[in-house]
Design a protein around this ligand. Structure first.
Ligand SMILES: [Zn+2]
Length: 344
């Protein structure tokens, strides 16, 4: 019937989304009619008449010229990525975002080794990797914010007992830095071993090219605006483009690159998890026990009625329109969301 009306009266119809119950006069009329109509049986739709009906969707007043399904998929991915990178804890990421090989980074994040492990262990390890990427492992400084009734401001790193246990300190504490350096060297060896299997070059050449890259450098302080990769970035699981370039150069076919990176990073994360994170958790456990903290206490949530309101200030997420502008172009030219990441 609507189609009939449009064609008979030669109407030009544009569709706009109106927020429900927002006191829009005509929307309210339509709402009332729809509500009344729900209980009436007087409207019969003649379906064959509607088969010629076509609908064109637009984005920011521009017709979406791309297949809708993939356009929407890419739009959501671009939006989520934008949301993630504008997060408070990702300030560092914004400085080095353009140096990251994103497809391999995602591949590495979801990679799991063929060695069988229990589902529990597998889930723990996967969540450890995600927490590394988001720098959201429960360090003491994080626990002080989420559970201030248990973790007091006077608690310091349980290895050195002199510094606050931030994300950076967790890995670069002077008491465990030798373990971290070992892990770095062994990962470097692992890379060399994997590359040589598919290369005609000498092992010494491969190792030299890999070892002289900035992403193995152990930083002395938390990297912020410096826009080159260091080992502090590598242990979050971000894959630098430079690493991909070096491997591509040395191997006989670039089809092996992704598998090599996945394997070597899996090795590194296993080491970080078993040689550093788990021992640190055991150490913290001992400290907690010395304070007579039971696992029941640790599971207890912060209760504002008992402990008062948290004074922690909330970070305001900056409003980002970058993804909206990008989607306007994508609606016309059909970019993949990976291009969004590389658009300044
Ligand atoms: Zn320490």
């Amino acid at each position: 019937m609507i189609f009939e009306l449009i064609s008979t009266l030669s109407l030009h119809v544009s569709l706009f989304k109106i927020k429900g119950h927002s006191n829009n006069h005509f929307n309210d009329i339509a709402d009332n009619l729809a509500n009344t109509g729900r209980h009436l049986h007087i409207l019969d739709t003649y379906v064959p008449q509607l088969t010629n009906w076509t609908c064109h969707l637009s984005w920011s007043d521009r017709l979406i010229e791309q297949p809708l399904r993939s356009f929407l998929k890419n739009t959501f991915k671009a939006h989520n990525f934008d949301h993630w990178t504008t997060n408070f804890s990702n300030i560092r990421l914004r400085a080095i975002q353009h140096l990251v090989h994103w497809p391999y980074t995602w591949s590495c994040l979801s990679f799991h080794s063929s060695t069988p492990s229990s589902l529990f262990e597998y889930n723990h390890f996967q969540s450890f990797k995600v927490n590394c990427l988001n720098k959201s492992l429960p360090t003491l400084e994080k626990l002080k914010i989420t559970k201030p009734h248990i973790y007091k401001a006077s608690w310091y790193c349980c290895k050195c007992n002199t510094s606050k246990e931030t994300w950076f300190h967790l890995w670069f504490c002077h008491r465990s830095i030798d373990t971290l350096k070992d892990i770095r060297d062994q990962t470097l060896d692992k890379f060399s071993d994997l590359v040589i299997l598919n290369s005609r070059h000498k092992r010494s050449e491969i190792r030299h090219d890999l070892a002289t890259s900035s992403f193995w450098i152990i930083p002395t302080s938390q990297p912020t605006a410096i826009n080159h990769f260091s080992f502090a970035d590598l242990i979050t699981g971000l894959i630098p483009n430079d690493l991909v370039t070096i491997i591509d150069y040395h191997i006989t076919s670039t089809t092996y690159t992704e598998a090599i990176i996945n394997e070597a990073f899996h090795f590194m994360f296993n080491k970080l998890y078993h040689d550093m994170w788990i021992p640190r958790c055991s150490q913290l456990n001992l400290v907690e026990k010395s304070f007579n903290l039971s696992s029941h206490d640790k599971r207890s949530k912060y209760d504002s009625v008992i402990h008062g309101t948290l004074t922690q200030s909330r970070y305001q997420r900056p409003v980002s329109t970058r993804w909206i502008n990008w989607c306007s172009s994508a609606s016309q030219f059909g970019f993949s969301w990976i291009d969004f990441i590389n658009t300044p």
